[in-house]
Design a protein around this ligand. Structure first.
Ligand SMILES: C[S@@+](CC[C@H](N)C(=O)[O-])C[C@H]1O[C@@H](n2cnc3c(N)ncnc32)[C@H](O)[C@@H]1O
Length: 197
């Protein structure tokens, strides 16, 4: 689901980039190590900061990234231009990832799966495109946030079948991941590192 104007403004600004780099990425590295080396995919890349983090902080050799919103893809292409042919960005859907099975060494998810109506499909797709032994790093927004009356007023999220932290990690494990690290903040946000068995 596309973001409304308010959430687009909230993610396309320097404060979000700083939080993503200094909090989100650091937590994910602490939970799972810098295993996002080799060929990395970022789903729902927004303006491209996560893909930049993959190359600079995780040490990826190349990064593919996609987003459902063509405006975000345009911004990400511009933002990642400095990396030349190490970064490739396209318009795509996390519930039907346009990549063959076992393509990537790692997949990064910075706050996008909660935007996918059929979020379990996205989890399955991530598992499919990862190589055996590949790593998933996810920062996700939980049901308690989405259900909050203020968030319901301000943002536009799918409302049915959202997840809490346990349901998210259970789903990962049910499709063939081993969760290697997880953290939760006030039941609102979770950070997870997992490895495909
Ligand atoms: C909350 S924003 C996060 C953007 C960026 N990852 C960040 O952390 O700043 C969620 C992003 O997911 C994208 N998105 C929503 N549904 C999607 C889907 N089904 N497939 C791919 N991207 C999607 C939105 O367009 C938006 O850019």
């Amino acid at each position: 689901m596309l973001l409304n104007w308010l959430e687009r403004a909230a993610v396309n600004n320097p404060l979000r980039s700083a939080l993503q780099r200094r909090v989100g990425a650091k937590k994910l590295i602490r939970l799972g190590g810098t295993q996002a080396t080799g060929r990395v995919l970022e789903i729902g890349c927004g303006r491209g900061v996560g893909a930049d983090i993959a190359l600079s902080d995780f040490g990826a050799t190349s990064v593919d990234a996609f987003d459902l919103d063509p405006r975000m893809v345009k911004q990400a292409k511009c933002y990642l231009n400095k990396h030349g042919d190490k970064a490739h960005v396209w318009v795509g859907d996390a519930s039907a990832i346009s990549a063959p099975d076992s393509t990537y060494d790692a997949v990064l998810d910075f706050a996008i799966i909660h935007h996918v109506p059929e979020w379990r499909l996205a989890v399955r797709e991530i598992q499919r495109v990862l190589k055996p032994g590949g790593y998933f790093y996810g920062e996700e927004v939980l049901r308690a946030f989405i259900d909050h009356p203020i968030a319901r007023r301000l943002f536009m999220h799918p409302q049915n079948d959202r997840f809490d932290a346990a349901e998210f990690t259970n789903e990962l494990e049910s499709v063939g991941f081993k969760v290697i690290g997880k953290e939760e903040l006030w039941g609102l946000v979770t950070w997870v590192a997992a490895r495909k068995l």
